[in-house]
Write a protein that binds this ligand. Structure first.
Ligand code: TYM
Length: 342
């Protein structure tokens, strides 16, 4: 079976962007592929964070995966820091990563500009190497993510090819290995709609966990009244009717796309339905559709978190399975890179 991996950072709360851009698409892959979904806690410390919240946020994120429909009879769910190989491979990979590749990362540039030099740890720069390690460790075929991870995936692919070239093939064979590629070169899976869900208060910026105003995003666990209020107050425009893809109407395009995804309709159906609709009516429909879609997720979340032992067991099982796969890759890389192994 081909393998799929992905992950979400346990920072802030999981929002509609994380769901529509990533998690929702994981669900449809778990029947066809071998899937591993991480809670990437090691990534969550790359910006100043609250240590007293990390563990709670990690479990909360895991529970959200399950509530969204990740089925652990098929998929493995694990906490990144529970499989030590992630960090170990990262160190090995970092020796082969040109610093210029990292300096070029848009997310690094944006986040470090916002945080200010004195608050930026080295880990923010090397973050994509850890992400590459998450992916390459499992010889993954596909990585379902939102648009903002595209550049990190591209780096992962280039790094895989570079390490294969530097240490794989005949060189690896000479050191007693089986030769061939050390890493499979993975492909991103970025959805046609939902890959970039925008803020509710500004259709030109991405919905994000770190935006200061909670009005800018719908969190998956927002109660009904909060969802209704956020949609009521979200930014609109004064054009007549509603339409997709008008560059002068980014908010309109965003809200229609969200509506399309949570109702499960096609773009054409939504375009037709909403062509002559006014904002008042549309907002009421969108609110209802969001609540209908999120309510079952929230109910399952309550159920899952009512039994903490259940989640613990899922996560230890996930870590155990993942560690088995990870160990093989890690040993191969040590061997190919010429280490003296016991
Ligand atoms: P993170 O935690 O920032 O986001 C998790 C997932 O949500 C997607 N996403 C969005 N999609 C659509 N619209 C948005 N507004 C939006 N905001 C976020 C992200 O693209 C991502 O898919 N580095 C990654 C996590 C990671 C990872 C990995 C992913 C670490 N290791 C290995 C895949 C494979 C991150 O910080 O995602």
């Amino acid at each position: 079976k081909k393998r799929v991996v992905s992950g979400v950072q346990p920072t802030g709360s999981v929002h509609l962007g994380n769901y529509l851009g990533a998690i929702k698409n994981w669900i449809s892959l778990q029947d066809t592929y071998e899937t591993l979904f991480f809670i990437v806690d090691l990534h969550a410390i790359t910006l100043p964070y609250d240590a007293s919240e990390l563990s709670k946020a990690t479990k909360k994120t895991a529970a959200i995966y399950l509530a969204c429909g990740v089925d652990t009879s098929k998929a493995s769910v694990l906490v990144q820091s529970h499989v030590r190989a992630h960090v170990e491979l990262m160190w090995l990979l970092s020796s082969a990563t040109p610093i210029g590749w990292l300096n070029r990362m848009i997310q690094f540039k944006e986040k470090s500009r916002k945080a200010g030099d004195e608050n930026v740890g080295v880990a923010l720069l090397t973050y994509p190497v850890l992400m590459a390690s998450d992916i390459l460790l499992y010889q993954s075929d596909f990585v379902p993510v939102g648009e903002d991870q595209k550049q990190h995936l591209e780096l992962t692919r280039e790094l895989a090819e570079r390490v294969n070239f530097l240490y794989g093939g005949r060189k690896w064979k000479k050191r007693g290995g089986k030769g061939g590629a050390l890493f499979k070169v993975p492909e991103g899976l970025i959805p046609p709609t939902g890959a970039r869900v925008m803020s509710l208060t500004d259709g030109l910026s991405k919905m994000s966990k770190s935006a200061p105003s909670d009005q800018s995003r719908i969190n998956l666990l927002d109660p009904k009244e909060v969802i209704a209020n956020k949609i009521k107050r979200c930014k609109t425009d004064s054009f007549p009717g509603l339409e997709f893809d008008n560059p002068e109407r980014p908010e309109c395009n965003n809200l229609l796309s969200i509506y399309q995804l949570v109702t499960g309709r096609t773009k054409e159906e939504v375009a037709l339905e909403c062509r002559d609709t006014n904002w008042g009516t549309f907002k009421a429909n969108l609110t209802e559709a969001l609540i209908d879609h999120l309510h079952p997720i929230q109910a399952r979340y309550e159920e899952i978190t009512s039994d903490p032992a259940y989640l613990d067991q899922i996560l230890s099982e996930g870590a155990r399975k993942a560690a088995d796969i990870a160990e093989t890759t890690l040993n191969n890389v040590y061997q190919a890179m010429g280490f003296f192994r016991r």
